[in-house]
Each structure stands twice: as C-alpha cells, then as structure tokens.
Write a protein that binds this ligand. Structure first.
Ligand SMILES: Cc1cc2nc3c(=O)[nH]c(=O)nc-3n(C[C@H](O)[C@H](O)[C@H](O)COP(=O)(O)O)c2cc1C
Length: 226
C-alpha cells in the first residue's frame, strides 16, 4: 500500500511539472503572434503596462488613455477604427450627425447633393448628435474619416472646432476610394489652431488587415511619434 501511494505521488508530481511547463511556454510565443491580441500585448509589453479583466478596453496603454474618434457613413472607416481600437486597446467614439446622411445625400456625382453642397460651403458645420464623454481624460486621439472630394467631411470640422486638443497627441487616418489623405489632416490640425500634437495622417484601404494596423502602430511607437 505504501509503495502504491509513493508511485501515485510520483505520477501526480510528474503531471504537475508537465502542466507548469506548458503554461510557461505560452507567454514567449505571444510576441511572435501577429493576431490582434498578441500584438496588443507586444505594444503593452514594451512599457510594462498590463491589461486586466474588464478594464482592458480602457486601460492606460503605451499611448496613455486613448480613444478612436471616427465618422463613417458606409462602414469602411468604422471597420478601420475598430481595428485600431483593438490594436491600441482602447474605446471608440463615433461622430454621429444629428441628421443622418441618406444614400442620395452621399451622391458625389450630383453637385446638388447634401455632401456636395456641404463640402463646397466653407461655413458648413453639420451638427453632431451626442458629444464624446470624458474628452478631457484622453491623452491620445486617433481621428478617422472618409475622404470626400479630397477633404475631410465638414462634420469633422464641427468636431475639431468644438474640442480643445491641448496636451493631446492626435493621429489622423482616413479611408477613400483611391485618393490619398492629401491636405485633409493638416487642414484639421489648422482648425485646431495648432493645439495638440498632430502627427502626419495615414490613408488606409477599407480592407486593411489587423496585422498591418498593428505594424503601423508599432512603427509610430518606435519612431517616437506616439
Ligand atoms: C460624397 C463623397 C465624396 C467622395 N470623394 C472621394 C474622393 O475624393 N476620393 C476618393 O478616393 N474617394 C472618395 N469617396 C469615397 C469614400 O472616401 C470611401 O468610399 C470611404 O471609404 C467611405 O468611408 P465610410 O464607409 O467610412 O463612409 C467619396 C465618397 C463620398 C460619399
């Protein structure tokens, strides 16, 4: 009986050792992971900041407290915004117009469509329905929009002019059919009257992959841009 107990104890010890070995193997494989989760951990690893439980979505990451602000009518910018939020481990805030845009409103071939008229009117500032909560608390703001006739939609002007960017890092991004970001982001920085640190903007295709977003973020961090 004593011998049986000893053998059993040896078997259990061996099993526990094997279990521990397999647990400790997983963290080292995280950094080479190109999935969103692995990449986020890589970004956080470099600063020693950790995410935990439900607070992970709004944790202090490499960028301080960050938020992805975006405007999107047909979902492309929204998709990119969500990928950035996943990679940067932060929340999103959607700029929602008080008056939604219909398909006809967005008809860029019609010079009299709402979008055409707004973009041609220097004073146009479409109203935003609900303001972002806790704006003062954010250190880093990703700000995204679709390109409309080479520029940011005028509702971005409404947002920028009605918020103080002092002390914030701002990372503009856009989606488009084919145009580059052009002067759209520097126009927004000028509207902010140079408050905040605005870095050069980036144009993404609607189908950009999560791993490319993560590489972009890592490159910005490594270049000391954010
Ligand atoms: C009114 C309007 C104007 C546009 N102007 C341009 C443009 O100048 N260049 C371009 O490449 N795409 C242009 N597009 C295409 C959008 O930029 C593109 O489809 C974008 O990804 C849409 O983003 P969203 O789905 O987040 O609204 C325009 C679209 C609209 C509705």
């Amino acid at each position: 009986m004593r011998l049986f107990k000893r053998v059993l104890s040896l078997v259990i010890t061996a099993a526990m050792a094997a279990g521990l070995a397999s647990c400790s193997a997983s963290p080292s494989s995280v950094t080479s992971d190109t999935s969103q989760t692995g990449a986020t951990e890589k970004l956080l690893e470099s600063t020693g900041h950790e995410t935990s439980g439900s607070s992970a979505k709004e944790s202090i990451s490499r960028f301080g407290k960050a938020v992805v602000v975006y405007f999107s009518c047909t979902g492309n910018t929204k998709d990119v915004a969500n990928k950035i939020a996943s990679a940067a481990n932060c929340k999103t805030y959607e700029i929602v117009p008080s008056k939604p845009y219909s398909t006809e409103d967005l008809n860029y071939k019609n010079r009299k469509s709402r979008a055409s008229k707004e973009q041609n009117d220097a004073s146009s500032r479409p109203e935003i329905s609900v303001d972002i909560a806790g704006w003062e608390s954010y250190d880093t703001v990703f700000i995204g929009y679709p390109i409309w006739f080479g520029k940011a939609p005028k509702i971005l002007y409404t947002f920028v002019e009605s918020h103080d960017f002092q002390g914030k890092k701002v990372i503009p991004f856009c989606t488009s059919g084919s145009s580059g970001i052009g002067s759209s982001a520097t126009d927004l920085a000028s509207l902010a009257k140079d408050s905040g640190k605005w870095i050069n903007g980036t144009r993404f295709s609607a189908t950009v992959k999560a791993k490319d977003i993560t590489e972009w973020l890592n490159a910005l961090v490594e270049a000391g841009e954010i």
